[in-house]
Design a protein around this ligand. Structure first.
Ligand code: HEM
Length: 457
């Protein structure tokens, strides 16, 4: 068997094994005594939550109070939302053996693979998190900084004074390049050229594509076949990169996430090739569009206020990273990229005084936490100063979730955000063009018009 056949087989087996139909079913849930919620048909509630979340979360809080239940298709399984910081704390601090996060992400199994940090729970999650953590600590982040800055500078160098564009598109291009070069550590130009279109297609997961994962027979036809073919190509390229990297003579000196993960494993417990592939695809899917969206909103909001712009240009000129860090944090507060985080109860648990049965899914609403007036004064205003010199009270700012599942890339995203803002504001004045509002794009919320900006000197 050649290496190519071997990788093709790995892809085929993963897609089959991880198809939603082959993953274990959750037990039925007893609905008596759950917090209040709408009596609408479950399909309408599901549409409200998935497509109209920016209206639906505040509407439900207004109607039912701080804790409410939404029922989801198929089958009307309950999802209980909590909107107060002390309730978010109860969830984030919950026993990881009882509060599982991996189940809710199972839909991404065919692409991420079973080893993905996002999909694992209990001891497997603990082990993977321990192996990945050193590649995301403060020391590692400082090592990535110069390459991230270089990628940002190259992107900004392609802009022309007076040009108007969708900042979301430019930020997506930039953050993808960061994943390829700083996370995967690819340096070979021909491999980068092969990876760019392939990775772009992989991150474009529409509801129609998800359908193909649920019904593997569709994978012989049209867009679903193209998705699987593209997935095979990505796997070929990634396994080739992983296998070559293992034998690289400069492995220990390299500052990219993949090299660090390989070196880290040399002391004992090591990640296999398949585990490395699954974690890298997870980092790609979790870290690319999320960071790009937060950056696009930051540029758009700063571009709406000449005072903020002047402050950012000054910060870039003086190397005042704290101010740019506050701009990123305020961008994620006002426009949370991920609207909620969820956990499924493996045993009955009591939260906010409610006794909830096994199988219930629970989660803090990030949208509401960031909008509550008792959490953030004048919550509709974009004010980076909120984050200067102090942090907001615990669990009032939760764009990265919390507890043992808190986003492992939070520090990476902020480091990247600051580096990009520094490069943009060192070179350009930015003004927002038109208006914008959040729109649902699969799991994330993105600016509907792409956060259009004009750059001038
Ligand atoms: C602005 C950018 C980002 C946002 C808003 C964001 C948000 C989140 C959220 C809400 C979670 C779930 C946390 C929970 O369940 O409590 C998460 C998990 C995760 N994120 Fe991020 N993220 C961002 C950037 C990144 C980056 C840059 C990476 C990696 C390069 C990354 C990798 C991950 C991974 C691997 C997990 C799973 C952690 C686990 O289950 O243990 N994220 N992220």
């Amino acid at each position: 068997m050649t290496i190519l056949d071997d990788v093709d087989q790995l892809t085929t087996e993963r897609m089959r094994r991880m198809s939603p139909g082959n993953q274990g079913k959750l037990p039925p849930v007893d609905l008596t005594g759950l917090p209040p919620g709408p009596k609408w048909p479950v399909l309408l509630q599901t549409a409200g939550l998935l497509r109209f979340r920016h209206w639906f979360h505040p509407h439900l809080r207004k109607k039912y109070g701080d804790v409410f239940t939404v029922r989801l298709a198929p089958g009307g399984r309950p999802l209980v939302f909590f909107t107060r910081p002390e309730h978010a704390k109860e969830i984030f601090a919950g026993d990881p053996e009882v509060f599982h996060a991996g189940k809710a992400n199972g839909i991404l199994g065919p692409i991420m693979g079973e080893h993905s940090l996002l999909l694992q729970d209990s001891s497997e999650h603990k082990r993977a998190r321990k192996l990945l953590m050193p590649a995301f600590n403060g020391h590692a982040l400082r090592e990535y900084q110069s390459l991230v800055t270089e990628v940002a500078r190259d992107e900004v160098a392609t802009w022309r004074p007076g040009e108007e564009f969708r900042s979301l598109d430019r930020m997506n291009r930039l953050t993808l390049e960061v994943i390829l070069r700083v996370v995967f550590g690819v340096t070979d130009e021909s491999r980068l050229a092969q990876l760019r279109p392939c990775v772009n297609a992989v991150v474009n997961i529409s509801p129609a594509i998800l359908l193909g994962w649920g019904y593997p027979k569709l994978q012989k036809y049209g867009p679903w076949k193209r998705t699987v073919d593209n997935q095979r190509l990505l796997d070929q390229l990634m396994y080739a990169e992983i296998r070559e990297r293992r034998t690289a003579s400069d492995l220990a000196e390299r500052s990219d996430v993949l090299s660090k993960l390989i070196v880290q494993g040399e002391d004992g417990d090591a990640l296999s090739d398949t585990e490395l592939r699954d974690q890298l695809v997870t980092l790609l899917l979790a870290g690319h569009e999320t960071t790009a969206t937060a950056l696009a909103w930051a540029l758009f909001e700063v571009g709406r206020s000449p005072e903020l712009l002047a402050r950012c240009r000054q910060a870039a000129a003086e190397g005042d990273d704290d101010y740019l860090d506050a701009v990123m944090k305020e961008s994620m507060r006002l426009h949370p990229v991920i609207p909620m985080v969820v956990r499924t109860l493996m045993q009955p648990a009591t939260i906010a005084g409610y006794d909830l049965p096994k199988g219930t899914t629970v989660g803090p609403s990030i949208i509401i936490a960031h909008q509550r007036e008792d959490n953030h004064e004048d919550p509709d205003a974009f004010r980076p100063e909120r984050f200067l010199g102090h942090n907001p009270p615990t669990n009032t700012w939760i764009p990265f979730g919390g507890g043992v599942r808190r986003c492992i890339g939070a520090g990476f995203a902020l480091m990247e955000g600051v580096a990009v803002l520094r490069e943009v504001f060192a070179a350009y004045d930015v003004s927002a063009v038109g208006d914008d509002e959040p729109k649902v794009r699969n799991i994330t919320s993105v600016p509907r018009n792409g956060a259009r900006i004009r750059v001038t000197r």
